[in-house]
Write a protein that binds this ligand. Structure first.
Ligand code: R5P
Length: 324
């Protein structure tokens, strides 16, 4: 029997963490999002119910696990509901995987939060995971189920390629971002530089040295995420201080915690380009912010997974049609 028939028709579900992205994905696939009832009781507990038949269907549940922790709980509850409703297969689509920065025991008596989150998803009943730009590639190994790990790089570099910025240097804001930044530099035919950064305290970033030439250049800082923007803001200022012509910043995941937006808005950055893996509320948007969509990327990956086709063609495929 054809594999897709065995898994039954696709059922696309979403929690409340990023409904605009989920709706956009559904539109691109050409089906409606499945009906779910989700509400929060007075004491804060979450209730979920899948309001249509899930028996024998190939279920995809879209939910980034960005804070608050309720987003993660909601995903687990949806997975549990789908499993108990006899779904044929359950794939969690996690555009942003939270807790990924807690990926090792680098101090005594600390938790490995990323591994715990992976365990919880699998224990609830997830059978596959589709994610975008994990904080580190090794996180795939936290899951003993198949993981399809996509890169937002084609979306972001496509945008900057169209700008045709001359004298461009791509900046890695720390050693962890070097691989991603080198990939960007290669795709954009740009030079590469790296920041020697230290963290004197959690969420505080300090630029020690800029390794590479930035004077009179267009600079593009690339990172996987912007949280407090301490890293981005300090690197933007350091590059301007060293004579950069214009500074652009880009990142896949825009957490924009605390005063991040105000901080970036008042910095000398030309543009901050992020994707919509996390729903950015109106209050966190600012004039220099540009949001690109990963809906097309995820829609195509979901289709390929459903049809049992390779998703690796998405890594290099032109995705120029994706816009803001
Ligand atoms: C660090 O390893 C990450 O890639 C980001 O640079 C960092 O987590 C960003 O955090 P923040 O915006 O708070 O500096």
């Amino acid at each position: 029997m054809d594999d897709t028939l065995r898994r039954g028709p696709m059922l696309l579900l979403a929690g409340r963490a990023n409904r605009p992205l989920a709706e956009d994905i559904a539109r691109k696939i050409g089906i409606a999002l499945g009906e779910v009832t989700i509400h929060t009781f007075a004491d804060g507990e979450i209730f979920v119910r899948i309001d249509e038949n899930a028996r024998g269907r190939d279920v995809f549940i879209i939910q980034p696990t960005s804070p608050p922790a309720e987003n993660m709980l909601e995903l687990l509850l949806l997975v549990d509901a789908a499993r108990r409703a006899s779904a044929a297969r359950i794939t969690v689509v996690v555009p942003y995987f939270g807790y990924a920065r807690q990926d090792r025991k680098d101090q005594p008596r600390v938790a490995i939060g990323g591994k715990l989150m992976a365990n919880l998803m699998v224990a609830a009943g997830a059978e596959r995971l589709l994610g975008v730009d994990f904080h580190s590639h090794q996180i795939q190994g936290f899951f003993d189920i198949p993981v399809d790990h996509l890169y937002a790089a084609p979306v972001l570099t496509g945008y900057f390629r169209e700008k045709r910025l001359g004298d461009l240097v791509v900046i890695a804001p720390d050693v962890g971002a070097a691989k991603m930044a080198r990939g960007f530099a290669k795709r954009l035919g740009a030079a590469f530089a790296i920041i020697d950064k230290r963290r004197p305290a959690p969420n505080v970033a300090e630029v020690l040295h800029v390794v590479g030439d930035v004077e009179g250049m267009h600079c593009l800082i690339t990172d996987d995420l912007i949280d407090t923007a301490g890293t981005m803001a300090s690197v933007i200022c350091a590059l301007k201080d060293r004579g950069a012509k214009e500074v652009y910043a880009c990142a896949t995941h825009a957490l924009l915690s605390g005063s991040a937006s105000e901080w970036l808005a008042s910095s000398p950055v030309k543009e901050v380009v992020v994707t919509n893996t996390i729903d950015i509320g109106a209050s966190r948007k600012f004039a220099q912010l540009k949001v690109l969509s990963v809906a097309e990327l995820l829609a195509r990956a979901i289709n390929y997974i459903h049809m049992n086709e390779s998703v690796s063609q998405l890594f290099e495929a032109p995705l120029d049609e994706m816009g803001a």
